[in-house]
Design a protein around this ligand. Structure first.
Ligand code: SF4
Length: 237
């Protein structure tokens, strides 16, 4: 459905989630509130933190798989207190990394992945985290979702991080018609106005958890109800 008004929808989502803490970025300490929708003023931190940020975002994403936000944030913090650069991280054993991020899910496997990724960054990338999706997905354990989050949140460059919430909601809106998050990312790259590329993930993660839930979304008093065709929604409240 091409006539879906994305500007109105995003505005309503922003109003709905105002005051909520963003979920995708708060663990990096990048924001006190939701990211600005206009994309200006996106990186309030100083240059040193900016250089440090992409590695933090990357490692935090690797820790976050099948792990609650409440666990991921502190685990990232503990690990970065031990090692805040790829070289220092690679000098730790996989067992030490695993023990430090425990109780994150699959902590043993993640310990190995984080050490291997850090070693490659130190040895092959001069300890800098790549800023393109193509380079990032060459790293062990890094898929498009993580790569987009590193590019957008870590480097402040254009990208669209499509997770399950963004994929589901964009399809319910009829803004895209896709089967997978990767296909949604490609479709959004073609039509989503650039100013929404970075903030859409944080906005829809909050909106998707609180309102447009995976099963039985809260449609009856949804501020978007006049706008939303609710495609493929079979049960709602
Ligand atoms: S009306 Fe329902 S399906 Fe549409 S955005 Fe709101 S909660 Fe989601």
């Amino acid at each position: 459905m091409s006539d879906f008004n994305i500007d109105s929808a995003i505005l309503l989502v922003v109003e709905e989630v105002a005051g909520e803490r963003p979920l995708a970025v708060d663990q990096e300490g990048r924001y006190q509130g939701l990211p600005p929708v206009d994309g200006e003023d996106y990186h309030p931190l100083d240059e040193h933190r900016l250089r440090e940020a992409p590695f933090r975002v990357l490692v935090s994403c690797l820790i976050s798989l099948r792990t609650k936000d409440e666990v991921t944030g502190p685990a990232t913090e503990r690990l970065f207190n031990l090692a805040d650069t790829p070289a220092k991280m690679a000098a730790l054993s996989a067992e030490k990394i695993a023990a430090t991020i425990y109780p994150a899910g699959f902590y043993n496997r993640k310990g190995e992945t984080i050490r291997e990724v850090s070693r490659r960054l130190a040895e092959e990338y001069n300890s800098t985290v790549p800023d393109t999706i193509e380079e990032l997905i060459k790293l062990k354990g890094v898929g498009r979702k993580t790569a987009n989050l590193v590019v957008t949140v870590g480097h402040g460059k254009p990208g669209i991080c499509v997770d399950t919430h963004v994929h589901r909601i964009a399809n319910r809106w009829g803004y895209v018609s896709t089967k997978t998050p990767d296909a949604t990312e490609h479709a959004l790259r073609k039509k989503l106005p650039a100013k929404y590329w970075i903030p859409i993930n944080s906005l829809l993660v909050v909106f998707g958890r609180n309102r447009c839930k995976p099963t039985s979304p809260l449609c009856s008093d949804c501020p978007l109800s006049d706008l939303c065709p609710r495609l493929a929604v079979t049960r709602s409240r």
